[in-house]
Each structure stands twice: as C-alpha cells, then as structure tokens.
Ligand binder design. Structure first.
Ligand code: ZN
Length: 257
C-alpha cells in the first residue's frame, strides 16, 4: 500500500517541478504571461488574442516597429541625445525570445523628455526597423526608463562587417538555453556600442513584444555599426528570426535630426 502513496507523492512532486520550470521560462521575474512566438499558432498575428493583457498588440494605434521612409521623415531640430553611459559588470540572459544584457550600473541618457536610466539591451534579427523598406541584419534595442516609469529606446542598427569588439563579451558566451544567464567576463560600456554620429529618427511607438505597451519614445540612430558574420551566426543559432513585422503609422509623423 505504501507504494501507492509514494507514486502519489512522486506525481505531485512532478507537477510542482514542471510548474516551477514553466514559471522560470517566462521573461525575467515578471508575472507569468501567455506563451508567444514569432511564427506559427502563437506568432505575431495572434499576439493580441493570446490573453486580454496583450490586446494592445492588435488594438494599439501607435505600434512599433515601423518602416522609416527617409524622404517623408520631417526634418526637425531634435535635441542631441546626451549619452551618459558607464562601464559596468553584467550578465547576458537567454529570455526565450532574445538574449538580453543586464548591466549593474550602465548609466543613462538625456532626452528632451528628461533623464532615463538604462535598464537592459537586447537583440533582434533581422532589424525590426526598416529604413526605406530595408531591414539590417540585426538591431540592438537599448531600453531606458525614467523615474515616472516611462520608456525610451535607442536602436542601433547593425550591418555585416568587422567583428564588433564591444559586443565580444556577450557574443563569446551566449547563453544557449532559455532561462540561462552568463556573467560577462569583462565590464561592458554601452557607449562602445554607439556609432560615431548620433543623428537619429524619432517617433512615438510601443514595445515590439507582448504586451506591446504604447507611449514608448523611440530614437533610431541613422548610422549603423558593424558586426561580423560569425557573431551574427552565433546569435542566429539561438534565434533565427525574432523580429515583429512593421506596423502602420496611423498618421504618426516621423522626425529626423
Ligand atoms: Zn527589442
């Protein structure tokens, strides 16, 4: 009779274990959300219906990413972005959708809207942003938050070329499994990811992943930086395609500095 009891215990233990693994697979330590993907049944077209909290993905009118038609982007006296990044220790985390780098103290940026602290940066391949319809092989999204909780993203486009030395500590030790984290072997200064020129396109958009929350301030730097074929291939071994398609502008006017 004891054997029945142990089987029952095992079954309950197994349930608890699989529930814990399920929770861990969710992004960061955020509350558990519905699973989503870039393709198939849980793909980008379905996001808005996967759970009520994702409704903005289909109902939002200011969604990201967008196609930037350069000739139609309004020339504006945009304030230069003030980059106050600092070198910091950190870790690269495989979120199940991308590789995200969390720095202990990476500094921040100053925009016309005020001061924002760097929260994390992550990668998409190909770039989600399109410039005159063309995607780059990859983009880095540097996500910032201000004291009021508003988000501002700086996007750095990556084109194929030389090895990107700034990203070497990340790309040399990419965490292979969802949920896995790898400490960076050396400090990383986000300034080293930036191109020489800081001219940018600006618009108001959203998160490009569920829950697709809006009122995100976007700055897409015009000048790309380089990444090697090998670095691109290392990322694509984990994520072959993790870009949301471009979304309608719905009357938004893009600005360029
Ligand atoms: Zn992103």
């Amino acid at each position: 009779m004891t054997s029945h009891l142990s089987i029952l215990k095992l079954a309950v233990g197994g349930l608890i274990a699989s529930a814990a693994i399920g929770a861990m697979a969710q992004e960061g330590h955020a509350p558990a959300h519905a699973h989503w993907d870039y393709r198939g049944k849980l793909g980008t077209k379905a996001w808005g219906d996967l759970e009520p909290g994702f409704a903005t993905c289909k109902l939002g009118k200011h969604q990201s990413p967008v196609n930037i038609k350069v000739s139609q982007a309004k020339k504006a006296a945009l304030e230069p972005i003030r980059f106050d990044y600092t070198g910091s220790a950190g870790e690269a985390v495989n979120t199940g959708h991308t590789v995200q780098v969390n720095l202990a103290e990476g500094g921040g940026i100053g925009l016309a809207e005020g001061e924002f602290k760097l929260v994390q940066f992550h990668f998409h391949t190909p770039s989600e942003e399109r410039i005159d319809g063309k995607a780059y092989p990859m983009v880095v999204h540097m996500v910032h938050k201000n004291d009021a909780g508003q988000l501002a993203v700086v996007a750095v486009l990556l084109k194929e070329g030389k090895e990107n030395a700034a990203l070497k500590p990340v790309f040399d030790a990419l965490p292979g499994q969802p949920g896995q984290a790898e400490p960076l072997k050396i400090a990383l200064n986000p300034s080293d990811l930036l191109p020489a020129k800081h001219d940018y396109y600006h618009f108001t958009g959203s998160l490009t992943t569920p829950p697709c929350s809006e009122d995100v301030s976007w700055q897409v730097l015009r000048q790309p930086v380089e990444i090697s074929k090998g670095q691109l291939a290392a990322f694509r071994k984990l994520y072959r395609m993790n870009a949301r398609p471009v979304q309608p502008l719905n009357g938004r006017v893009l600005e360029q500095s």
